[in-house]
Design a protein. Structure first.
Length: 435
């Protein structure tokens, strides 16, 4: 396998990015950026919104001609769309060789060797829990940040969400495994770890809770920064807040999806908290970590959302003033309760679009205002590499998760430096290195 070339196209969240790196490691193949040079092509998919799974299908369509010219190339689909549609994908996509479910990455080498020896198309979507965390991700040399998965699946049942269907119930990774992977990454030069899980802060294992995981990670020598995502509001406990306050490596930024400011909509989504509870949780977090910044996710046009419900969401946006927010129009996913509600209580798509534009325009102003307010301040930046837009600039993130670009030389990559902010833009800051 060592000489094979792998091209992998990834859609969706950090979990998928992490799984793509696990796939690279499982196959021990040489990653390539050119699908025409690949021996194995994999599209790692996301099913969270209808658009995302359509993208995955068109992603796969692109490789039809490559397969026609080079019949030995192996083309596969992995991730949530693979899990959701299983063997129907083989019927639908004739040039597809395998379908790999969300929990089947450890089986991939065997699947590939069977396809090579027997030319048999394969579907593997079983939930084998024993090997679940067995393959660690590929790590690109020189990268200073890395994800570490602490959990697979989700036990919540938000009525719009397909994740529990495609990733199964929550399974938490043992603490020693998490710490071992983290320590290995630090030895390779990583400075910042982001723990990832569908509801990362519900992690518990062998009597330990998420706050204990943060404290244990804080003991790892040379680990400079700890982040985690995605937190579930209801699972924010005193133990977790205390750990965030007391472990110095924990970054002062939290992504905490609220989804709606209307209690009626929250209840229909089965989010298990109220608006008041969410606001109070933010207050408790700010009490403990006064400079913490909060970002969120919002769904607009959930079935039955009235103008009044939407105005409640807007009033929450004004009350909290999130640092940033990811907002989307509701998209019904097959087999979820909300897809059934949608049949009777659809929000007119034009109304939903207008609400989304209003919310996004408001957020843009707030984000710009917050970024501008940083001008003149000195920020600590972990330098991640060259800026994507200009090789004369370096790029890194502040403790509060803002991207900060500044002029500097490559030897600063991996170092934490002080940068004075000179400009606040919509998606980033600009600054100058403090001598
Ligand atoms: S918490 Fe809700 S939205 Fe998040 S993955 Fe679980 S079911 Fe989906």
């Amino acid at each position: 396998m060592g000489t094979k070339h792998l091209y992998i196209e990834t859609y969706g969240c950090q979990m998928n990015e992490y799984d793509s790196d696990r796939i690279k490691n499982a196959l021990d193949a040489e990653p390539t950026d050119d699908p025409k040079k690949a021996d194995i092509i994999i599209v790692n998919t996301c099913a969270i919104r209808e658009k995302a799974d359509q993208k995955a299908f068109s992603g796969l369509g692109k490789y039809k001609s490559i397969k026609a010219n080079k019949p030995d190339v192996i083309v596969g689909i992995s991730g949530c769309v693979a899990q959701l549609y299983g063997d129907t994908l083989l019927k639908k996509i004739p040039h597809l060789d395998f379908v790999l479910g969300t929990r089947a990455i450890p089986k991939l080498p065997e699947i590939i060797s069977n396809i090579e020896s027997q030319k048999r198309r394969t579907v593997e979507t079983s939930y084998d829990l024993e090997e679940l965390f067995e393959v660690e991700p590929y790590h690109k040399r020189g990268k200073v940040t890395a994800f570490v998965s602490v959990q697979q699946g989700c036990n919540k049942r938000c009525t719009y969400c397909i994740v529990p269907q495609v990733r199964g119930d929550e399974v938490n990774r043992p603490l020693p495994d998490i710490l071992k992977e983290t320590t290995n990454l630090i030895e390779k030069g990583v400075k910042e770890i982001t723990f990832i899980g569908q509801t990362v802060n519900s992690w518990k294992e062998n009597g330990y809770k998420f706050g204990d995981l943060i404290r244990a990670a804080g003991e790892i020598e040379d680990l400079e920064r700890i982040r985690f995502t995605t937190s579930y509001p209801r699972d924010i406990t005193k133990r977790m807040i205390d750990a965030m306050k007391e472990v110095p490596q924990v970054c002062h930024h939290l992504h905490l999806p609220v989804q709606s400011g209307s209690n009626k909509v929250l209840s229909n989504m089965k989010r298990t908290y109220t608006r008041e509870w969410y606001v109070d949780t933010i207050a408790r977090l700010k009490d403990a970590v006064p400079d913490i910044t909060i970002s969120t996710d919002i769904i607009i046009g959930f079935p039955g959302e009235t103008d009044r419900d939407f105005q409640e969401t807007m009033s929450l946006m004004r009350e909290i003033e999130f640092e940033s927010s990811y907002s989307f129009k509701f998209s019904p996913r097959p087999g979820t309760p909300a897809a059934e509600y949608e049949k009777e209580q659809t929000v007119d798509p034009d109304i939903a679009s207008a609400r989304l534009s209003e919310l996004q325009a408001f957020q843009k102003d707030i984000t710009e205002k917050k970024n501008l307010s940083r001008v003149g301040h000195i920020e600590e930046v972990l330098v991640e590499g060259e800026s994507r837009n200009d090789p004369n600039f370096l790029s890194g993130r502040t403790d509060h998760n803002r991207i900060l670009n500044f002029k500097g030389t490559k030897d600063l990559v991996g170092k934490t430096v002080q940068v004075r902010v000179t400009e606040g833009l919509l998606n980033s800051l600009r600054g100058e290195l403090v001598k």
